[in-house]
Design a protein around this ligand. Structure first.
Ligand code: FAD
Length: 484
């Protein structure tokens, strides 16, 4: 049986980042990356925006390409099917067994679907599901999007030429990331742009927005077990329905899907006659409404994919959210089994301004840090928690606006005992700062404010800002000068 010092399972951002770090820092070791998919996700064009805020593109690469990139780490196209922790063996679907010194599980997440095996419900996870979504959209006049996180928000902001019904279980949209005020800001800006677009359509003007299909290598084989998509997935693909108008947006707040009905089943439910049979599928909402559509997108998040450890992980090794618990070295309660990315749940006492969110940045950081932890353990050295885990920082784009989230951006864990400083200009910017005991705890920066570095420093340094009061957000005062 082949022995490897390090075995990595999973070819998503976390697994590839772990493999890259091993190839730099442990090139004399025998390491292998096992990927169930012939296509892996790689972080490219990395840019450190501030001390902790980072931006990068996510590209699909074939296993052959990645093998060249990670040099000393071998690659295997195979699926890990079981682990024997006592024997230190990972068994693969092909029958091959690998003996490991240290194992890093980067098996990602599985979409939470509101209904499985319903042909009218699709989940968005990888390139294949996006292609399916685009295909169906071409003939669609109305779609229902269920979910209130990043995926749903990006879809709603990009969809055109189709009516959208957005079903959210909270009182405001995009609640996973932003507060109700920011949600209003997005919706007002969206309505203005949509009105403008409809006017352009009336005047027969072409869309100013150019879009391309995802820049994946079409010669790559398709996969049923691909990695999650990369950051700009929604902006890079054409999301257009059948209409010649820009399409409307109806939001159903504080409700969920209670049932999915066929047109025949709707007859029994007294659906208004004019809609009867117009759509191939109907969603019954918990607020009592029944809404027809061409198809439903289930964008209700992911659950950690921990299938591989079922049978070998004691129950207390799994967190309430379903992830594999890891300590500050990314090691699970099974000795020498490390976990990184969406599959893990951070169970150490984290820094006051850091929170775990299943995002590509954290997957990349965790993968690299898990590699360094494994090496340190092998070489009996100590490793310090990476600086990236000091402050939560995320950069994304919603409704065409740059969105930067820092620290406890929604007052997470502060029990509502904090002050809010707010600055907003509709269509331009929405800045919200969370202050507790005179210190900045978190920030939501929407628009091109360029304030990210300043607020990152204020949070990290624990600067007392009490004496500046509302001047902290006074646009006429350059607050960076205050603190230089
Ligand atoms: P994954 O990317 O899920 O990779 C896991 C890999 O493990 C897969 O390749 C899988 O095939 C493989 N695998 C699983 N089990 C086995 C096995 N037994 N044997 C071998 N291989 C196995 N995050 C952001 O920060 N910004 C965004 O804009 C954003 N948009 C998103 C949009 C969508 C539609 C989705 C679904 C997610 C988005 N995310 C976004 C989240 C982000 O993609 C994930 O947090 C990140 O990809 C997690 O990386 P990972 O490596 O842990 O897991």
């Amino acid at each position: 049986m082949a022995h490897y010092d390090y075995v990595i399972v999973g070819g998503g951002i976390a697994g590839v980042s772990c493999a890259e770090t091993l190839s730099y820092c442990a090139h004399d070791s025998r390491s292998v990356l096992v990927s169930a998919s012939p296509v892996v996700k790689v972080a490219t064009r990395f840019k450190q925006v501030t001390k902790v805020l980072e931006e990068f593109d996510v590209e699909e690469q074939s296993l052959d390409d990645i093998a060249k990139r990670i040099g000393s780490v071998g690659v295997l196209l195979d699926q890990a099917v079981s682990i024997s922790h006592t024997e230190r063996i990972v068994r693969l679907a092909s029958g091959v067994a690998l003996n490991y010194g240290k194992l890093c599980l980067c098996t990602g997440g599985k979409p939470k679907l509101i209904a499985r095996n319903n042909p009218y419900v699709i989940g968005i996870r990888d390139t294949e599901t996006v292609q399916e979504f685009q295909k169906r959209l071409q003939d669609a006049t109305r779609v229902i999007i269920v979910g209130n996180g990043g995926i749903a928000t990006e879809m709603v902001s990009e969809l055109e030429n189709v009516d959208v019904v957005w079903v959210v279980k909270h009182k405001s949209i995009s609640a996973t990331f932003v507060d109700a005020g920011a949600a209003e800001f997005f919706l007002k800006s969206w309505s203005e742009k949509r009105q403008q677009r409809n006017d352009e359509i009336q005047l027969n003007k072409p869309s100013a927005r150019l879009k391309y299909t995802e820049s994946s290598n079409s010669s790559l084989p398709s996969t049923t077990a691909g990695s999650a998509l990369g950051p700009d997935w929604a902006g890079n693909i054409l999301m257009s329905g059948k209409f010649y108008t820009a399409g409307s947006l109806q939001i159903e707040y504080e409700c969920e899907i209670a049932g999915i009905l066929t047109p025949d089943e709707c007859l029994v439910k007294n659906l208004p006659a004019w809609e009867n049979g117009k759509y191939p599928v109907y969603a019954e909402l918990t607020n009592g409404k029944i809404i027809g559509c061409d198809f439903i997108v289930s964008a209700t998040g992911v659950i950690p994919n921990v299938d591989l450890v079922i049978g070998c992980m004691p129950a207390d090794g799994i967190a309430v959210d379903g992830g594999i618990k890891v300590n500050e070295n990314m090691e699970s309660i099974l000795e020498d089994v490390f976990v990184a990315g969406d599959a893990c749940t951070c169970a150490w006492e984290t820094a006051p301004h850091w929170i775990q969110m299943r995002l590509w940045t954290q997957a990349r950081q965790m993968g690299a840090y898990a590699a360094r932890s494994m090496i340190a353990k092998t070489t009996h050295q100590s490793v310090h928690l990476d600086f990236a885990f000091e402050l939560f920082a995320h950069i994304t784009k919603f409704f065409g606006f740059k969105v930067v989230l820092l620290g406890l951006f929604n007052g997470q864990g502060l029990e509502k005992e904090y002050e809010i400083l707010l600055r907003m200009t509709v269509g331009v910017e929405y800045i919200k700062i969370i202050v507790k005991n005179g210190k900045v705890q978190g920030a939501i920066l929407i628009g091109d404010s360029d304030l990210e570095e300043t607020f990152e420093n204020l949070i990290l340094n624990g600067t007392d800002v009490a004496r500046y009061g509302e001047d902290l957000l006074n646009p006429d005062i350059d607050i960076e000068d205050y603190f230089d």
